[in-house]
Design a protein around this ligand. Structure first.
Ligand code: FES
Length: 269
């Protein structure tokens, strides 16, 4: 990886085209959507998406892009609602993403048109998480039986997403107690506890880390998450100064997959 891969938007755009547009990606824990109307929104690799449990109890993933002028409909990271009302001019959608209404001055000519609904993405549930894909059918990981969900902790980190992944991987080798699911999810087991660390690439210099705890209250993960944030922000400064990531089998494999994605993108553009 080069310094600019961690510090500039061009690499992020290449990753958006070749990684985040094609892979199945985790979005949130299913436990974050326990009631109808519960939603979680995020920008994952540059794509605005929202997961929601509809009135029938089905979890869906929608593009968070209004059909009026393509603005972000949902502006809060999580919550509960009856409908989604776009912040900009008031177009309203139901929990399945279907267009409901709009104020008269901005109303569409044909309110029955299916083109007015929020785009629905392929999604699936597995191992306590919600996965989605922008291309093809979404696939979940198989983490085997899990203890009870203990909550999710959100940590905002001022670093490139790859710095965070490298840090999660560098001290580990693949084993029964640790695995990495390309490109964004690390799973760690410690006795009766399973911790999933989900990296959310928000922008090329802003990353959200979701810590999903199974088998213990997530509050117990707060000190570790704060340490990860501090270390990753320090490592980001190191990368900006040209200091490379520490080597390791999992980090090296992560870099190989990224290099392949960059090569594919270069060949296509
Ligand atoms: S962009 Fe959403 S209502 Fe106008």
């Amino acid at each position: 990886m080069k310094t600019e891969d961690y510090c500039q938007g061009e690499a992020f755009q290449a990753e958006k085209r070749t990684v985040f547009s094609t892979e199945s990606l985790p979005l949130c824990a299913e436990g974050q959507l326990s009631r109808p109307g519960d939603f979680v929104s995020a920008t994952v690799g540059g794509w605005g998406v929202v997961a929601v449990r509809d009135k029938e109890g089905v979890v869906r993933v929608l593009r968070n892009a209004c059909r009026h002028q393509n603005m972000q409909v949902v502006g809060t990271p999580s919550g509960n609602c009856e409908t989604f009302r776009c912040r900009f001019h008031g177009w309203t959608y139901d929990l399945r993403g279907r267009f409901v209404s709009a104020p008269p001055p901005v109303a569409p000519k044909d309110p029955q048109s299916p083109n007015l609904h929020l785009a629905s993405l392929s999604s699936t549930l597995g191992s306590g998480l919600v996965f989605f894909s922008l291309a093809g059918a979404a696939a979940a990981i198989d983490a085997g039986p899990l203890p009870a969900y203990g909550g999710t902790l959100t940590t905002e980190i001022a670093c490139n997403w790859k710095v965070c992944v490298e840090h999660l991987l560098v001290e580990h080798t693949a084993s029964a107690d640790f695995s990495f699911s390309w490109p964004l999810l690390a799973l760690r087991r410690a006795g009766p506890v399973t911790i999933m660390q989900q990296v959310v690439p928000h922008t090329f210099l802003r990353t959200r880390l979701l810590t999903h705890a199974f088998g213990r209250p997530v509050e117990e993960s707060k000190p570790a998450a704060a340490t990860i944030r501090h270390v990753c922000e320090t490592l980001q400064a190191d990368r900006a100064a040209g200091k490379p990531a520490m080597a390791g089998a999992l980090v090296d494999d992560f870099h190989r997959r990224l290099a392949a994605a960059y090569a594919k993108d270069a060949a296509a553009t």
